[in-house]
Write a protein that binds this ligand. Structure first.
Ligand SMILES: [Zn+2]
Length: 61
């Protein structure tokens, strides 16, 4: 329980760079190709999983 949790609606996500073309990195959740370059070091999510994660982590009101 923390008061700072209420401020978490503002998610400052540093987006990975969009790839100019293949090879694309795989989604870490469903293994679908993402829009991110394979060389990207970090968590890559396909548009679907990215959207779901955003829904899950966003402020539910
Ligand atoms: Zn996915």
């Amino acid at each position: 329980m923390s008061d700072t949790d209420h401020d978490y609606c503002l998610i400052d996500v540093s987006r990975p760079p969009k790839a100019d073309g293949p090879p694309y990195a795989e989604c870490v959740l469903c293994r679908e190709p993402t829009e991110y370059p394979e060389s990207y070091k970090g968590v890559t999510l396909c548009p679907v999983c990215e959207w779901r994660e955003a829904e899950r982590t966003s402020c539910s009101g």
